[in-house]
Design a protein around this ligand. Structure first.
Ligand code: AMP
Length: 410
């Protein structure tokens, strides 16, 4: 089915065409008719599936033109996601007179107040700043017709669910609500039952499986060789742009310092950086001014950067779903990407959790020509036995090593 057959308005179709979209993605095919029909929706889809357009195109189609007060509210967990979604709405609404206001912390209130005062039709916001602006009545939600709660599992992780409930409570009962979340743990199920009415459920792909267009592998190494291995990987791979994830903000700063000393152009993205620094990092990385971006996954979750050729996990993600999200940064929109995860012995239990979560074992690779020091990880059965003896940890079968490829043909 083509975009034309989905029932979107002409102006919105033009907007999508201008973005270069030819065929709807699977989530768009499923979600657009449901949303156009006016139903509530609870959706889960992998990142990079075209989720934003799946909700933005039909909502814009239904809104039609400006009435001069907010009718659509989109909640996002991070500033970066809010910025990205606001840009998408503006792009799709290019041929409509709809106004979009972006509200998030870390910047002054002046512009945001004037956008709201100017009669914005759509608000894209992070919860904290929206609540601030609701308090002094600058942001009014009493005429919201479309409420979109995006990346709700991340809102939960970040402790935003109470804020989200307050915001939902300030919206009219009579509205269409769309909730998107990669996973639906009980807390989110509760929120969904409270704020959705007889929702249609849409699940695209198994959200547990990493995007099929990503090649991924673990690289075991001794703790004190992590930087050396990272350096060797960067020398070896034929990268255009690399996204490196670290577990902590300090870790991101440390890795960035090491890479800068090696003369790489490096951007750093985490929540302790100022808003101008975060914008510079993201924009600079997108435009190719920085070849590497080091980020914590809280900051980088869901961010759409075209052409990330490689993702490197400097640390093994502690939540298995973060593994899927992180490596989903590459291989977006059907491009093939590579994702490498550096692992040290104490991270082994997390590795096994990831494999259980995604239901597949991930190859262990050694970088050819790298002078490895010994680590117990080279014989995983020993590690498994030690863990079993120590904590009764059940790990399944041991792994054998393959060898890393150098440059890959695309
Ligand atoms: P999202 O999952 O919303 O972050 O979208 C991922 C990327 O896919 C974005 O760069 C979109 O512009 C792009 N995209 C969304 N829908 C389509 C489509 N139907 N055809 C081609 N690209 C798309």
């Amino acid at each position: 089915m083509s975009f034309q057959e989905l029932g979107l308005s002409e102006a919105v179709l033009h907007g999508a065409q201008r973005m270069g979209y030819v065929d709807p993605s699977p989530i768009q095919l499923r979600a657009i008719p449901v949303i156009l029909e006016g139903k509530d929706l609870c959706g889960s889809a992998q990142t990079g599936t075209g989720k934003t357009a799946a909700f933005a195109l039909p909502v814009l189609s239904k809104m039609g033109h400006s009435i001069g007060h907010p009718r659509c509210l989109v909640l996002e967990p991070t500033r970066e996601l809010a910025m990205q979604v606001e840009t998408a709405f503006r792009d799709y609404a290019r041929f409509l007179d709809i106004e979009v206001a972006l509200l998030h912390g870390g910047v002054g209130y002046g512009k945001q107040r004037s956008l709201l005062g100017g009669g914005a039709d759509i608000i894209v916001a992070t919860p904290g700043r929206l609540l601030d602006l609701m308090q002094d009545k600058t942001a009014r939600l009493d005429k919201i017709e479309y409420l979109i709660l995006d990346e709700v599992d991340r809102m939960l992780d970040m402790g935003f669910l109470p804020d989200v409930r307050r915001i939902v409570g300030a919206c009219p009962q009579q509205r269409q609500t769309l909730l998107f979340s990669a996973t639906i743990p009980p807390e989110i199920q509760q929120l969904a039952s409270w704020c959705l009415k007889d929702p249609e459920r849409i699940e695209i792909g198994a959200h547990r499986s990493p995007a099929e267009t990503v090649n991924h592998a673990f690289y075991p190494v001794a703790n004190d060789q992590k930087n050396a291995l990272l350096e060797a990987m960067l020398k070896r791979i034929d990268f255009d742009s690399v996204l490196i994830f670290t577990r902590t903000k300090d870790g991101a700063d440390r890795v960035a310092r090491v890479l800068k000393a090696l003369n790489h152009s490096v951007a750093v993205l985490h929540s302790n950086r100022t808003q101008p620094e975060r914008i510079d990092a993201l924009e600079g990385f997108k435009r190719g001014r920085y070849e590497i971006m080091v980020a914590t996954d809280i900051a980088a979750r869901g961010i759409d950067i075209a052409g990330v050729s490689h993702v490197i996990n400097y640390d093994v993600p502690q939540h298995p779903e973060d593994y899927v999200h992180r490596i989903g940064r590459t291989g977006r929109a059907q491009n093939v990407g590579d994702a490498f995860t550096i692992m040290v012995a104490e991270e082994y239990p997390h590795v096994k959790e990831i494999e259980r979560f995604i239901g597949q074992s991930v190859p262990r690779l050694k970088l050819e020509g790298f002078e490895y020091k010994y680590t117990a990880l080279f014989n995983e059965e020993t590690v498994e036995n030690a863990l079993k003896n120590a904590k009764g940890f059940n790990t399944g079968k041991g792994m054998r090593f393959g060898s890393a490829r150098g440059k890959r043909k695309r």
